[in-house]
Unconditional design. Sequence first.
Length: 94
Amino acid sequence: MSRAPPRTSPPTPCVAAHDAANVPILCIIATLCSLSLLAPSLIDAWLVTVCFMAYIAFDTAWIACAPHCVPRAASVVLLHHAVTFALLTYPARH
């Protein structure tokens, strides 16, 4: 006999706003990244890197100011952002 999946509560307004902002922005960044690889004459990889770094900085500030907007492990997300930002500094400089 299978069990029904556990009920989850609806996201808080803060979580919903964070998700609503992040999903489209990340889709745009992923599209720009793909285009910069497929058509480098159209999209500059340096610009994509700088846009991605700006997103990381903005999202880090958002999560640092309102950690409850990330339902689980905001500190892990902040660490992930710090490592990602540090790694992005290399292509931004070269």
